[in-house]
Design a protein. Structure first.
Length: 155
């Protein structure tokens, strides 16, 4: 279910971004006028797509890893490296959720709005705690799969 929600969200966000940027190009070069909100909206759509997409990357193991280091470890220890990496990633993401929520609260309290669209800026910043929450969840999911599902399939 979460896979479907993430994939749909990223698809809608990126699709909308493409349409908005395309409209901006049409307006600027053909109609000799520009849409004042298009670049801002495209930027916020990209931020949301990146943070939700990072969660998808965490699930499939697409994030940068240091395989050369893992290969230097004895095989017995090296097989637990993905579990340790997942736990460290999850812990980092949980810390970032807390910190990013503080940022969102400060921005919400300030009443800051975006320059062109005049929407509350905290909506753009909410991508951080949402994205880090999803990445923490996915990292824990990967650790669980490595520890329990791999062991179950080996038996």
């Amino acid at each position: 279910m979460l896979d479907y929600v993430e994939e749909t969200a990223v698809t809608v966000l990126l699709g909308t971004m493409v349409v908005v940027v395309f409209l901006q190009v049409i307006f600027r070069f053909i109609l000799k006028s520009s849409l004042p909100w298009s670049e801002e909206l495209a930027r916020y759509l990209m931020v949301w797509a990146v943070f939700i997409g990072a969660s998808m990357g965490a699930k499939v193991g697409a994030h940068i890893g240091v395989e050369a280091f893992v290969k230097l470890l004895p095989q017995r220890i090296g097989r637990y490296a993905p579990v340790l990496a997942g736990l460290i990633t999850a812990a980092f993401c949980v810390i970032m959720v807390g910190l990013s929520l503080q940022v969102v609260q400060k921005i919400q309290g300030s009443g800051q709005v975006s320059p062109a669209m005049l929407i509350p800026m905290y909506w753009a910043y909410l991508a951080l705690p949402v994205g880090f929450s999803l990445m923490a969840l996915r990292s824990i999911q990967v650790v669980f799969e490595k520890l329990f599902l791999a062991r179950g399939s080996a038996q």
